[in-house]
Design a protein around this ligand. Structure first.
Ligand SMILES: NC(=O)c1ccc[n+]([C@@H]2O[C@H](COP(=O)([O-])OP(=O)(O)OC[C@H]3O[C@@H](n4cnc5c(N)ncnc54)[C@H](O)[C@@H]3O)[C@@H](O)[C@H]2O)c1
Length: 399
């Protein structure tokens, strides 16, 4: 029986994934009460699929928040709206907000989100869902039990840019390192084309090293390493995952998903990137080796929807069964990811190692682009995700 109502802001790909996450929590403690999207087709398709009556669908999300007074708000719009929407939602005092990654475009925005939630008594969560994979949860237990010794280095190699897919892997590193404090960041970016991601400038390639208080380092190779070859093939990129090198062994994380025919349906909803169920139905894969294993050992755990596990923790915090500080996706961890990403851009801007805590509150990559410090060789702005924009639009710049 539902005890809480959530309202979903933005009914695109990830909005559906959040809604399924709530539906997949055992005993269904959360009802999907309302939704808002500026695009009429998006909110109609979403409303029909998730059984939200027409009188609970809104074009203006502030109107929805004022009329519905939900217990929980899901912020599922594009990067550049996360801070504005979270702050607007917090002002209406729901009990919790779960906001998509990346948390914000700058450390200043992230801090404003935290302040808004703190002063209104709202528990803020940032949706880095993959540490909630059953096998990844199990893997951290194994690391704690010492199967690979003390972590010395975590290497990540995703093909996307820092703010988008690499942010997931930076979060994974923090989770595996028991939320150790990052102490310094050194980074470089290449931006030869005028590339944008969901309306904001991003880099073509990125290299970074982060030093943690535990002595471990995180190596970031954004669009620099490997290929999408099959598992086991040399040079294969781990993508959404990481290679963890310990004093006594090694562990590898990556993600897989069922064949398209086995994914849950999106019904009649527009799905330019394929079924959004690919995120709910994804599974984590982990293997490790050490001196006694005689080769790779696969980590086994019963599958669950990682989003539902994340939602369950939100409910457990509201029910006072879980301390907010112990929730895997609490916003403090999201802030650390933001600080590392912005520190990396600041290191590229200042051409030096940056000690943390980071004092720069704006986005140093955007500053370099605006100032002409990163001149492109091949001019002409283009949007990496144009295929997601509905109608005639090719970009979200005006949204
Ligand atoms: N955690 C993950 O694995 C994961 C995966 C995909 C996307 N994301 C994140 O989710 C966010 C959204 O991405 P997406 O792929 O769902 O985009 P999308 O384009 O599929 O959906 C975005 C929706 O937001 C709506 N929208 C725009 N402005 C609005 C406004 N002012 N009010 C209400 N609705 C508005 C659009 O009409 C659209 O329907 C991004 O920040 C992205 O980083 C996360």
């Amino acid at each position: 029986m539902a005890r809480y109502r959530t309202a979903v802001i933005a009914c695109g790909t990830i909005g559906r994934v959040h809604a399924r996450g709530w539906q997949d929590v055992p005993d269904h403690p959360v009802a999907i009460g309302a939704c808002a999207d500026t695009h009429p087709d998006a909110r109609r398709e979403f409303g029909e699929f998730f059984g939200i009556g027409a009188d609970h669908r809104y074009a203006d999300y502030r109107e929805m928040l004022d009329a519905e007074r939900p217990d929980i708000v899901d912020v599922c719009s594009w990067h550049r709206q996360h801070a504005e929407m979270t702050i607007a939602a917090a002002a209406r005092k729901p009990r919790a907000i779960i906001c998509q990654k990346p948390m914000a475009l700058s450390l200043g925005e992230a801090d404003a989100m935290l302040t808004a939630c703190e002063r209104n008594g709202v528990s803020l969560f940032i949706a880095f869902q993959r540490p909630h994979h059953a096998t990844w949860l199990k893997a951290r237990e194994l690391i704690r039990s010492g199967v690979i010794g003390r972590i010395q280095q975590i290497a990540i190699d995703d093909g996307g840019n820092i703010l988008n897919t690499n942010s997931h892997n930076i979060r994974l590193a923090g989770y595996l390192l028991e939320e150790a404090r990052p102490q310094w960041v050194m980074g470089a970016v290449e931006r030869l084309t005028d590339v944008m991601e969901r309306g904001i400038p991003c880099e073509d390639r990125c290299l970074g090293v982060i030093g943690y208080e535990s002595g471990a380092t995180l190596l970031i190779q954004g669009e620099l390493a490997g290929s999408r070859a099959a598992i086991g093939e040399p040079g294969r990129r781990l993508g959404q995952g990481a290679r963890v090198i310990g004093t006594d062994g090694m562990m590898e994380f990556w993600t897989g998903r069922p064949a398209d025919k086995d994914l849950r349906s999106d019904g009649d909803m527009a799905q330019p990137e394929g079924s959004s169920a690919k995120y709910n139905d994804e599974f984590g894969v982990v293997r490790y080796m050490n001196a006694t294993t005689g080769g790779w050992v696969n980590v086994e755990a019963t599958w669950h929807d990682c989003w539902a596990h994340q939602c369950q923790q939100v409910v457990d915090v509201l029910d006072r069964k879980l301390d907010y500080d112990h929730a895997i996706s609490n916003a403090a961890h999201g802030r650390v990811v933001t600080e590392i990403m912005m520190g990396l851009f600041e290191s590229a801007r200042r051409r030096r190692r940056i000690e943390l805590p980071l004092l720069t509150k704006l986005n140093p990559l955007s500053l370099m682009v605006t100032n002409g410090d990163l001149p492109v060789e091949w001019p002409g702005a283009y949007e990496r995700r144009s295929r997601l924009v509905r109608g005639e639009g090719m970009t979200w710049h005006e949204n």
